[in-house]
Design a protein around this ligand. Structure first.
Ligand SMILES: [Zn+2]
Length: 312
């Protein structure tokens, strides 16, 4: 059996064959070479020194407050059997978001942060997981089936990334002023005046302007006025402030070109907040999000009610 086959067999036995990672992840599992993970993190394309990215990934992967667990059937804790690629993939997503905002990352990890992965959809449901993945406010944790970490990486352009979506919910719930998790208001750490030294005033101004524009466009579609440009996001993310925070965070890392072209203020809010322009690294948009969102509005359907709010 080759090294890759034995790395793959480990996933098969943990997940009853329900998680099939890309060869890149298996290569990392068998060689320990972090550069094998480059395809998961387009940010490395714009860094002079990708090693500094992976040093931070390793630091986070082994951070005492990075509480990543693997849970099997009947709530069996299998964390000690978790493949290294899984741990580094989750840590890597945190680092790609905050590579240029180590101050926010440090604040976020100043207390334990919980991430629970599941070997199978059945194990996920047995432990109270909801829909395709969720942020569970009662447990203050993201819950996700492990295979979903890999599902968006079968093409050259990174696609569906439920972890980033759920991270948006978790960041919304994180109150960086107090360092604890609270009921979200649709704002990421750095956007509240009460965030102290990580507060990023220009990002807040742009976020509120950009979000207001999205809401205005959405409401005009609702009232049957088709003269305005369409919102960037699907009606799903207009349900409430939390879905907006989750959905737009993921789009900043998946379809930045379309996002920026439609709503420059809102896009620049993310650039200000995270300290870099994702268009430089994600050179092509993930077309599915752009097309699915456009086709909804092009269908002429009246979008459902929204509970979106704009803070004062
Ligand atoms: Zn959501």
């Amino acid at each position: 059996m080759s090294h890759l086959q034995s790395a793959s067999a480990k996933f098969d036995s943990l997940t009853n064959g329900q998680c099939r990672p890309q060869a890149a992840a298996l290569t990392f599992d068998s060689t320990g070479d972090l550069r094998a993970l480059d395809r998961y993190f387009p940010i490395v394309r714009i860094l002079d020194d990708a090693d500094s990215f992976y040093q931070l990934v390793q630091h986070i992967a082994h951070h005492p407050n990075f509480d990543l667990q693997l849970i099997g059937a009947n709530r069996m804790n299998l964390t000690t059997q978790m493949p290294a690629s899984v741990r580094h993939l989750v840590a890597g997503h945190l680092v790609e978001v905050f590579f240029f905002r180590r101050d926010i990352l440090a604040r976020f990890l100043s207390s334990p942060r919980h991430f629970q992965l599941y070997t199978t959809p059945e194990a996920f449901q047995q432990d109270g997981g909801v829909s395709g993945g969720c942020y569970n406010p009662a447990r203050e944790c993201i819950q996700l089936v492990m295979s979903r970490l890999f599902e968006g990486f079968n093409q050259a352009t990174p696609g569906v990334c439920p972890f980033l979506h759920e991270l948006g919910h978790m960041l919304d719930a994180f109150d960086s002023g107090s360092g604890s998790m609270k009921r979200g208001e649709g704002l990421y750490p750095g956007l509240r005046v009460s965030d102290g030294d990580i507060f990023t005033p220009q990002a807040r101004i742009l976020f509120l302007q950009g979000k207001r524009l999205e809401l205005t466009r959405y409401l005009s579609r609702q009232s049957g006025d088709f003269s305005q440009p369409i919102p960037v996001g699907h009606p799903y993310v207009f349900q409430n402030d939390g879905e907006f925070a989750a959905g737009y965070l993921e789009m900043f890392f998946r379809n930045p070109h379309y996002f920026a072209a439609q709503n420059a203020d809102l896009f620049m809010a993310y650039v200000e907040l995270f300290g870099y322009d994702t268009r430089r690294a994600w050179t092509e948009d993930f077309p599915h999000y752009v097309n699915a969102n456009r086709s909804f509005y092009a269908s002429g359907q009246i979008p459902p009610k929204t509970r979106l709010t704009i803070p004062e």
